[in-house]
Design a protein around this ligand. Structure first.
Ligand SMILES: [Fe+2]
Length: 191
């Protein structure tokens, strides 16, 4: 049978899938947020190294406000990134287990940051003394845990998101990070 040459040849449909989508900005935003958590860890480490001297003017509000600030990061992940990833993963696999563990770590880190904040609030509001040994222990435990957590998300979770999430997923994620960008960046500038 001869071909009908009066019609333009049909193009094969454009392949659809994450590899062909403009996904970078959302994950780049997420990486930027994590880079700022890295800066927070450096601040905590410097503060811990300086103990028993403690500069309340430099570090007081930074530590006091840390827990609510971390919640901004956790809400972005638990409210957007993790559910989007779960939606692209069939069944309960290793990633599901990892995401549950990461949520648990969020809670533990937030509790640790709250304890640290309570300690500093007491110093700021009641003019109490800094308990240097306790503060050093709390601070070291927190920044070590935060660093481990952030490294896992950067090395394992973000690449997975780049592979699995669709354009719509990434657009949602991008908007979510955009909405928190100013508040997140302002925390480090303010303190
Ligand atoms: Fe996280």
């Amino acid at each position: 049978m001869s071909k009908d040459r009066s019609q333009p040849p049909r193009r094969s449909p454009r392949p659809r899938g994450p590899r062909h989508l403009p996904f970078r900005p959302a994950i780049e935003r997420a990486r930027r947020f994590h880079a700022r958590q890295g800066v927070i860890c450096e601040e905590l480490e410097m503060m811990s190294d300086g103990l028993p001297a403690f500069d309340i003017a430099r570090n007081g509000a930074f530590v006091r406000d840390l827990a609510p600030h971390l919640r901004v990061h956790h809400c972005l992940e638990e409210g957007w990134l993790f559910p989007l990833l779960t939606g692209r993963l069939p069944g309960h696999g290793e990633t599901t287990v990892n995401l549950l563990r990461l949520k648990q770590e969020h809670m533990e880190d937030c509790d640790a940051a709250s304890d640290l904040g309570d300690h500093i609030r007491h110093v700021l509001e009641d003019a109490g003394d800094v308990q240097a040994e306790r503060l050093a222990y709390q601070t070291r435990a927190l920044f070590r845990s935060l660093r481990r957590h952030v490294a896992f998300e950067v090395e394992v979770i973000f690449p997975l998101a780049e592979r699995l999430l669709t354009a719509d997923d990434l657009l949602c994620l991008s908007h979510a990070y955009d909405r928190s960008e100013v508040a997140d960046a302002a925390y480090l500038l303010r303190h």
